[in-house]
Design a protein around this ligand. Structure first.
Ligand code: HEM
Length: 150
């Protein structure tokens, strides 16, 4: 297999297969979409679920298999979501942990859960100082916004 193939892992012994990553993402977001708290947040933002799941497979494949396929921007996208709070992050992590347990691969579970917890903590820390309320067009006042020079 050539290293130029997108699914080829960079790490010598990745914790899981690409098929397990696809299963993780599909099963997790199927659960999230049914969740009364988290589901509506996603349904309001995501028109094309196939495209979103494909981005997320690239994200988790990059983290767990070193495939370097993800080039998205999760931080600003989460900073722009209204109403994030610690219980929502805990719920997200609980559902994620449920699926990583069900997949039955302890190495995948330990790595995926650690990445998820660390990212959730980073999102929430940044959100508290720089999140939606600050990005919201009503705050700060329009006069203080940076204007493009003509
Ligand atoms: C309360 C918890 C969370 C909520 C409600 C949430 C919600 C969302 C939503 C609505 C999007 C789509 C944004 C858009 O396309 O405009 C998104 C994208 C994404 N989320 Fe989350 N998320 C949460 C936590 C996390 C965590 C903990 C991670 C990482 C472990 C994560 C990783 C991602 C990634 C990689 C994307 C795609 C970013 C991109 O398109 O560049 N999310 N999330």
């Amino acid at each position: 297999m050539s290293s130029s193939q997108p699914n080829h892992p960079v790490s010598a012994s990745p914790c899981c297969t690409e098929e397990e990553v696809v299963e993780l993402v599909n099963r997790f977001y199927a659960l999230v979409r049914q969740d009364p708290e988290l589901g509506p947040i996603f349904e309001q933002r995501i028109d094309d679920w196939d495209a979103h799941l494909s981005i997320l497979v690239g994200f988790w494949s990059t983290l767990l298999r070193g495939t370097r396929r993800f080039n998205g921007a999760p931080m600003p996208k989460h900073m722009a979501l209204p109403g994030l709070n610690p219980p929502l992050f805990h719920r997200w992590l609980a559902l994620f942990g449920q699926i990583t347990t069900e997949l039955g691969n302890p190495a995948l579970k330990s790595q995926a859960d650690a990445h998820a917890k660390s990212m959730a903590e980073r999102f929430w820390q940044r959100y508290r100082v720089q999140g939606y309320d600050i990005l919201n067009p009503a705050f700060p006042p329009a006069s203080s916004k940076r204007e493009k020079s003509a």
